[in-house]
Design a binder for this molecule. Structure first.
Ligand code: PRX
Length: 662
């Protein structure tokens, strides 16, 4: 880490919004005093608090012997030791003979808007049980890894819950990732099966998912079976099927030898539930491992309290299940509460920018959870779109994934929140499993741009470089001092947890360091400032600059590359890459296009560079290290402030780059 970026602190935002009486009345935690008392207890008697929550919110086949064992120096943490439970049992079986049996569990809204599907708790249970038996028939056993590369269709949730039922470890790969990215992930975790669909639809675009799988598995000998769900809306779409390896979902699930009941596998609390790959500062994406008991409790409780979920509520989280937000707040958190969750296949602007609001009206959505980038892109389209729809069912609004600028917050508050709904700006990460810092509606006054307060049981702090606490408004590194049930347990394939130690526990030994900077104001509210490492946040999605650079240098014309983020009006951060080409290659516009396309092919469209500048050299120190600070300042147009360039091996490269700036 070269130096702390994103340290400019937004200090002049002083607006505060207190919850109105309607919000308070429906809330689980009804006042700031109640929150303070709960919080105090949750940290003073941390284990007692989580034990009570685990008892009240989950079904345990066998109760745990001990709540927590941890050592943040090694590091490891284990929750609900020797407890036995099953995630699909908690999300389904608990409800199928109750009043909830005919309640909608999943409402699916297709890309096209006129096709939708509702699965009640009983129907979902039936599908999941049968699918779990399909998995078994194809040789999947407890502990096997199953890759899921699907569009946002109900079969995706069924596949996850089916794996959870038999104790297989799922790893969902976002359908926008390339075949190469899929291949890397399959190889990393040695998946035995891939579950996919013939294609995925996103707005007017089609993604040939099955064809991507075919390309990937050619070099993945561990994959024995590919199950393919049929997305039937494009006529004449031909899917190549390899005999004895590829099977259609609809044939398998309806087969005569598939029984409708599948006994749940009683898993240990610490048995893995899933792996989700995420980008870091260095190397390839790492497989973040989450386990059964702690993760499920953490997502269930945060979902219930943060979205104030009550019996008649309908929750709509707009994320894709390929990311952690979808895992925790479309699938596991809502279903573990017996709530109704909406799964949306499309994009916010197709067929028009009224799409979300139409869904809100159509289903009477009560909690709505999206990313700042979506709010900013809808803001640009004007207010007429939401005026066409009845938004009066809404009760809580949320944002996630990146800092929200006060202007977008106020727009959301005024136009969607009708100036009265609480907005929960939720800070968390793939590694945290669920939300760690957030307002609780009904209890905590909100401020535009602030994630406000720690969730009960969470102990954050802001530290300066030397590890001492930062004062109010000073800004520094965000750390979490104690474990919580949803914390990352490891990265796949690293049984000694070396990678976790190095990435999250070495900057401040004994504390979890998420890679973000933040400040706390004089009211004790947290303001997240952004990543301090070489990870950039494009439209709420994490991309490691190292991944983009290695994709670029894998092209035969490229000699060196450096990728940095720059402020982008809609995406939050955009991607600016500097490329030097090999001696005999001309840096033409055609090559520029080819290189941008090459990155899309290697990683996926989300990593597509917004700007690509050819340079004859990159600014390096005498020891050969690229000085990213200079490139970041150039990318954001801050050329007056390039800092000290005297330590550069060749200061003239900077002048040349400045001349070619985009
Ligand atoms: O930098 C923070 C930012 O997103 C990162 C986590 O990304 P990912 O693991 O992909 O998970 C995204 C969804 C949980 C964090 O390290 N981030 C997430 N939420 C916020 C945020 N930054 C500011 N405010 C937030 N509410």
């Amino acid at each position: 880490m070269e130096e702390m970026k994103n340290i400019e602190v937004l200090m002049d935002e002083k607006r505060v919004f207190s919850p109105g009486p309607d919000v308070v009345e429906r809330a689980y935690i009804k006042s700031f005093a109640e929150y303070e008392e709960l919080y105090k207890r949750s940290v003073e008697d941390n284990e007692g608090f989580w034990a009570e929550m685990a008892e009240n919110n989950l079904h345990w086949f066998k109760k745990w012997d001990k709540v927590l064992e941890y050592d943040f120096h090694k590091p490891y943490s284990k929750w609900f030791i020797n407890g036995k439970l099953n995630v699909s049992y908690n999300c389904l079986d608990r409800f199928i003979n109750s009043d909830k049996r005919n309640k909608a569990a999943i409402i699916w809204e297709s890309n096209y808007g006129y096709i939708s599907r509702t699965l009640t708790y009983r129907q979902l249970y039936h599908e999941v049980s049968r699918f779990a038996n399909v998995l078994k028939k194809h040789g999947i056993k407890k502990g096997d890894r199953v890759m899921i590369y699907m569009p946002m269709i109900p079969e995706l949730s069924i596949a996850m819950l089916g794996c959870a039922r038999i104790g297989a470890i799922h790893s969902v790969v976002f359908g926008g990732f390339s075949s190469q990215s899929l291949k890397d992930r399959i190889q990393d975790c040695g998946a035995k099966m891939v579950i996919t669909a013939d294609y995925g639809a996103r707005g007017r675009k089609f993604v040939p998912l099955k064809a991507n799988v075919d390309e990937a598995v050619e070099v993945c000998p561990t994959v024995e079976r590919v199950l393919v769900a049929k997305v039937q809306t494009v006529t004449g779409y031909r899917t190549a099927m390899t005999p004895d390896r590829d099977f259609w979902w609809h044939d398998e699930i309806t087969a005569d030898d598939i029984e409708s009941y599948c006994e749940p596998e009683w898993m240990d609390s610490e048995d893995p539930l899933f792996i989700l790959y995420t980008s870091g500062s260095t190397g390839k994406p790492k497989g973040v491992l989450h386990t059964t008991g702690g993760y499920l409790l953490y997502t269930a409780l945060t979902f219930k309290w943060i979205f104030n979920n009550k019996e008649d509520d309908i929750h709509f989280c707009t994320a894709d299940i390929g990311w952690i937000t979808g895992h925790s707040y479309i699938v596991y958190g809502p279903l573990c509460n017996g709530a109704t969750t909406v799964m949306f296949e499309g994009i916010p602007t197709f067929p028009n920018p009224g799409r979300f609001w139409k869904i809100v009206e159509k289903y009477g959505i009560t909690s709505f959870y999206t990313a700042p980038t979506a709010i900013r892109s809808l803001m640009r389209e004007g207010e007429s779109w939401m005026k066409k729809y009845d938004l009066s069912s809404l009760r809580v609004l949320g944002t996630v994934g990146e800092p929200i600028n006060p202007e977008a917050w106020m727009w959301y508050h005024k136009n969607i929140g009708q100036e009265k709904l609480p907005i929960v700006d939720t800070w968390w990460q793939t590694e945290t499993g669920g939300i760690l810092i957030t307002p609780l509606p009904g209890a905590i006054p909100t401020k535009p741009g602030s994630a406000c307060k720690p969730f009960p049981g969470i102990s954050p702090a802001i530290l300066k470089e030397d590890g001492t606490p930062a004062g109010p408004d000073e800004g520094g590194y965000l750390v979490i001092k104690k474990p919580w049930p949803g914390i990352i347990r490891g990265t796949y394939g690293d049984s000694e947890n070396k990678r976790v130690k190095e990435v999250y526990f070495s900057k401040f030994p004994g504390m979890y360091f998420p890679g973000d900077s933040a400040r706390v104001d004089s009211d004790g509210d947290f303001w997240i400032m952004g990543r301090v490492d070489d990870v950039i946040n494009i439209s709420g999605h994490r991309i490691g600059t190292a991944e983009v650079e290695s994709a670029l240098v894998s092209h035969p014309s490229v000699s060196e590359a450096a990728a940095v983020g720059f402020p982008h009006d809609i995406k939050g951060e955009g991607l600016y890459v500097f490329v030097t080409v090999k001696g005999d290659v001309s840096p033409t516009d055609a090559l520029k296009k080819e290189l941008i396309n090459h990155v899309r092919e290697v990683i996926g469209a989300i990593a597509s560079p917004d700007k690509l500048q050819f340079a004859s050299g990159l600014p390096k120190t005498r020891s050969g290290k690229i000085m990213r600070r200079i490139l970041r300042n150039i990318a954001k147009g801050d050329v007056e402030n390039l800092g000290d360039t005297t330590t550069l091996a060749d200061p003239f490269v900077v002048d040349e780059i400045l001349k070619g700036m985009l």
